[in-house]
Design a protein around this ligand. Sequence first.
Ligand code: NAD
Length: 250
Amino acid sequence: MKPLENKVALVTGAAGGIGKATANRLLQEGASVLLVDLNEASLKETFSELNSDQAAYFAADVSKEEDAIAYVQVALERFGKLDIFFANAGIEGVMKPIQEYPTEVFDKVYNVNVKGTFLGLKYAIPVISDGGSIIITSSIGGFGSSPFASAYVASKHAVLGIMRTAALELAPRKVRVNTVHPSQTNTRMMQDIEKDLGDAKARETFAAAIPLGRYAEPEEIANMVYFLASDQSEFITGTTFRVDGGMDAS
Ligand code: NAD
């Protein structure tokens, strides 16, 4: 029997690099997975690539309350329950110093990264099985800082507060809540940041600051999410997991 057989997972941002790699890993380990993303075209493409009869998809904007209600409902209708919730959808915003940072972009980043996480938990918590697991994608920026990314950094700090609060509220039901904190990972998001910085050497510079000397691959983040979703981590809640190639040591 596979480790996640009979488990139902919901993954947001599932059409992106980390979401797709994680959905794939959870499916490989035996779970049924509802893929949720704003980008319907990429979502459909991801669904066909994953090519699994244990997967389903639903297009939704995590920052909208009615969409959060709907995607949780779809998971229940399609698979009958919910055991694992990976709140992963996120956006970067723009790379600008605070004095030039557009307020409307700040609001947008907060709406997706913070309110989107809050809404997902708000509607997943009442229905998630006792003993379930919630994993939220923060970032190494959720501990420290990253110049020109004030909205993103603030949003990734903020989700730690949601995670810690939820961990204590849900401990009586043995539902665990943790965050993962990737360093630069090889996905569309980093390609966009590199472009936005307008520096052809941005990738080289970022990679040079990582002791292991390279970006993470999305599958390496998925390894950690899988661990936190599985019973291997059943005594772990309310805490943070860096997948950062050694950056915490430097
Ligand atoms: P990505 O851009 O490949 O994927 C993000 C996905 O989220 C996209 O498919 C996008 O359509 C979806 N999305 C955006 N807004 C949404 C919304 N309102 N509702 C539903 N879906 C929405 O990037 P990724 O690197 O896979 O990012 C996944 C998570 O990892 C994000 O929370 C990001 O902040 C975090 N993260 C990424 C890195 C990195 O270097 N790539 C590092 C640390 C943390």
